[in-house]
Design a protein around this ligand. Structure first.
Ligand code: EPU
Length: 418
């Protein structure tokens, strides 16, 4: 199993480029199942979750060809409308094929995801929504089976709770349903809007994606498209925090600035200088003392839960007590204990973490528990005195493309080891 060996104390300088968004690319790949024609996706990040989704598409019947800059998916026929447990257990986003398969093939069999390192994460809202569109749902042997052989019909679906992939799943299903579907209390994440852009290029009729009410007029069939995925706001946000925590002077390029407002405000309040250089470049500088600033995770446009762990690492270096409140997932503080092993002073109380700082962090052996938790350990290690060894970095490879190479080019002392 790969490890990262990181020697702390080196400010990041120069520039670092953001890649395409993992969480926009995953539903885009699933959307390719809605048509027999080729879909070309550009700026697909080369990360493990994307390879997993591509493997799933191949099992389902797609031809997937990857070039250096793009991926071409062609699905003349759905040969096996199924997402098996072996894949779903490694990546919950596999459930994104449920809606497209039900809509295109009239049938889908998808493993229920089960438990997860960051919380329960059920897919009950995806299932209830599909039922409202007329699919008949059975659950047995750990699988959910959707029968939509009579065709899907448009309906008004009100989500009890805001769900990102649930919104995406239902939006995809509704593109081929008969009549109009209205999704209420929909997720407003930029990844939902990017998926709608792709679907509209394929011929779908969608209004309101990016707001909490999305209206989809079903069409008979969808065609091919050529689409460039948006930049990854979570990767860019991780780099901004890296610049601040290492007391660096860093340019983050290809940065989706408008998607990062909640983080930028908090970084500025904490004492980091964040300035816009051009339409897609932010400069982050931090030299003086950092101040503690509270955050509460929320659905977009609030502070992203996917940046909570990284921000907590930063707060270990800030003066005062910062309160980090996690409202999206019930168990997303696994990084706190590992940060504590490096010297952080963190007290957990249910969904709140109290981080008292500044504390000098020292290098230690730590274990990555999930994708974003591992990113927070990398950040802490770059700010720590001495050497940190992070075990199980396969978690970080799920969502960050060659993060060690990108950080090393900006001056970090980081190496991958067996
Ligand atoms: N939820 C339900 N029922 C459902 C669906 C969700 O109760 O049917 C609950 C979840 O348990 C959670 C909350 O609703 O408490 C929000 O979950 P959501 O469905 O929005 O999460 P997701 O779609 O499974 C996506 C991202 C996550 C990100 C969350 C929240 C993708 C592929 N994944 O997950 O990204 O944390 O939205 O923003 O888009 C990551 O990249 O590290 C990651 C975990």
């Amino acid at each position: 199993m790969d490890k990262f060996v990181i020697k702390g104390g080196h400010p990041l300088t120069g520039s670092i480029a953001t890649g395409g968004s993992k969480n926009a690319a995953l539903p885009a790949l699933a959307a390719a199942l809605l048509t027999a024609e080729p879909v070309i996706l550009r700026r697909i990040p080369k990360v493990r979750d994307i390879r997993t989704m591509q493997r799933l598409l191949v099992d389902i019947g797609s031809k997937v060809e990857g070039g250096p800059e793009s991926v071409r998916i062609e699905t003349p026929e759905i040969t096996s409308p199924e997402a098996p447990y072996e894949l779903v257990k490694t990546m919950r986003a596999s459930s994104l094929v449920l809606g497209p398969l039900a809509a295109r093939a009239g049938r889908a069999r998808v493993s229920l995801p089960g438990g997860c390192a960051i919380g329960a994460r059920p897919i009950d809202l995806h299932i209830a929504g599909l039922e409202q569109l007329g699919a008949v749902i059975y659950q047995s042997h750990g699988y959910v089976e959707a029968d939509a052989s009579q065709g899907l019909r448009g309906a008004t679906v009100h989500f009890d709770k805001i769900t990102v992939t649930g919104t995406e799943d239902l939006m995809m299903a509704a593109t081929l349903a008969e009549g109009t579907t209205i999704l209420e209390n929909a997720a407003r994440e930029p990844e939902v809007a990017d998926l709608a852009d792709l679907l509209m290029k394929m011929g779908a009729k969608i209004e309101g994606a990016g707001t909490s009410t999305i209206r989809i007029e079903g069409v008979q069939r969808l065609g091919g498209a050529d689409h460039t995925i948006i930049s990854d706001r979570i990767e860019a946000g991780t780099f901004l925090i890296a610049g601040a925590i290492t007391r660096g002077d860093l340019l983050v390029t290809e940065c989706p600035i408008e998607h990062l407002s909640a983080l930028i405000v908090k970084l500025q309040q904490a004492g980091a200088e964040v300035t816009q250089q051009d339409a897609a470049t932010l400069r982050v500088r931090s030299s003086g003392a950092l101040r503690s600033v509270d955050i509460t995770t929320e659905e977009y446009p609030g502070f992203a839960t996917d940046l909570q762990a990284q921000y907590m690492a930063l707060m270990t270096q800030a003066e005062g007590i910062a309160i980090v409140t996690e409202t999206i997932f019930e168990n997303r503080f696994m990084h706190a204990q590992e940060l504590a092993r490096m010297g952080a002073n963190i007290r957990l109380d249910g969904r709140r973490a109290f981080i008292a700082g500044p504390r000098e962090l020292t290098g230690a052996g730590v274990i990555a528990s999930d994708l974003r938790a591992s990113a927070s350990l990398v950040l802490a290690a770059m700010a720590a005195r001495g050497e940190t060894v992070i075990d199980r970095v396969y978690h970080i490879d799920r969502g960050y493309e060659k993060i060690e190479e990108k950080l090393a080019r900006a001056g970090a002392q980081i190496e991958r080891a067996d």
